[in-house]
Ligand binder design. Sequence first.
Ligand code: NDP
Ligand code: GDR
Length: 371
Amino acid sequence: MKKVALITGVTGQDGSYLAELLLKKGYEVHGIKRRASSFNTDRIDHLYQDPHVSARNFTLHYGDLTDSSNLIRIIQQVQPDEIYNLGAMSHVAVSFESPEYTADADGMGTLRILEAIRILGLEKKTRFYQASTSELYGLVQEIPQKETTPFYPRSPYAVAKMYAYWITVNYREAYGIYACNGILFNHESPLRGETFVTRKITRAISRIALGLQDCLYLGNLSALRDWGHARDYVEMQWLMLQQDKAEDFVIATGVQYSVRQFVEFAAAELGIQLAWSGEAENEIGTVVEVTGSEAKCKVGDVIVKVDPRYYRPTEVETLLGDPTKAKEKLGWVPTTSLQELVAEMVQADFTAAKRDALVKLAGFQTYDHHE
Ligand code: NDP
Ligand code: GDR
């Protein structure tokens, strides 16, 4: 019998990689997507199967984490062996603008799924994965952070995710549901949303190199993060649901870099060397050497500037994970270095930027998104 999985947030970065992984493993995969006024399935279009073909193993359902009856109906219909709750308003800065919605989707949404499992009597059948986060550590109480490190959330997003974390633990203990939290540190890829800092950097540097954009505006350049590759991390999400006993795990690389270093690596990938000057909100990055044959920017160009608009009311300055438990129990080995991750992201964005440059050269108008 094929295993059946249901993924919330299937249209997101992790949802796409996880759906691909589960389909390769022979699962029947169901995903929940939101209704939007434009197409929002770019990341999973390569997995699409014509609904007119009878033997499908990838099916999308309209739904939303804020809608209990919709979730109950989908779970009743799908009867999943595994639910991966990846859906969330996942942008930390935006959560300060929309705190109530974030609490509803990220916090209450998790409760709604767990209650649906209970209402439908699926406690013994359905295993549940909760996309928990290193943001729970916020104002860090211990370096590096592991499963036992106390939480100190620093944003409405992290506070909502803290509720989700504990309700997952509580339903495991109260009702015997196989439910676990993956406390995942930042993970990136060419599919990363364009407004998260890594992708914002790799897109902008690519466009600047080709003369499509002048400057990249960023917030806190000194923030330190433990960045891994999303493709590696979704494998651990799956493995967490394949154990004898449900447990919570930290997934991280154990290596930390600053946002400033990420910019340097991305620029270097296209043969552009930068020097930094100024302090904090006046800091700028100036081109000091260009060796890349395709890079059009010149020595002396200021291509990075700090804009305090991107500062957060309360910031998470440093995150560094200790994935020892996952290494011992799940056999976790982070396979992608930051340099390899940056190279993959820059190459993908440089190819996209070249396409835009060609379109422009042919006399057609192109518009970039702004944020
Ligand atoms: P994305 O932002 O790329 O994807 C989020 C997904 O959730 C999208 O499919 C989005 O739909 C969907 N979604 C948003 N709101 C709702 C809602 N109300 N109802 C149903 N679906 C909704 O995030 P990632 O793929 O990067 O992350 C996956 C999960 O892991 C998230 O929960 C995130 O908080 C968490 N996480 C991520 C980490 C990372 O570094 N990537 C690290 C730790 C945790 P749409 O496409 O329509 O917007
Ligand atoms: P984060 O990711 O908040 O860690 O949450 P993000 O890439 O948004 O920020 C990382 C760090 O970079 C700093 N920064 C900027 N961030 C953005 N987005 N834009 C900027 O211009 C900018 N300049 C500096 C931030 O201040 C921050 O310190 C991500 C999300 O995927 C969450 O859903 C997930 O839970 C955590 O990672 C782990």
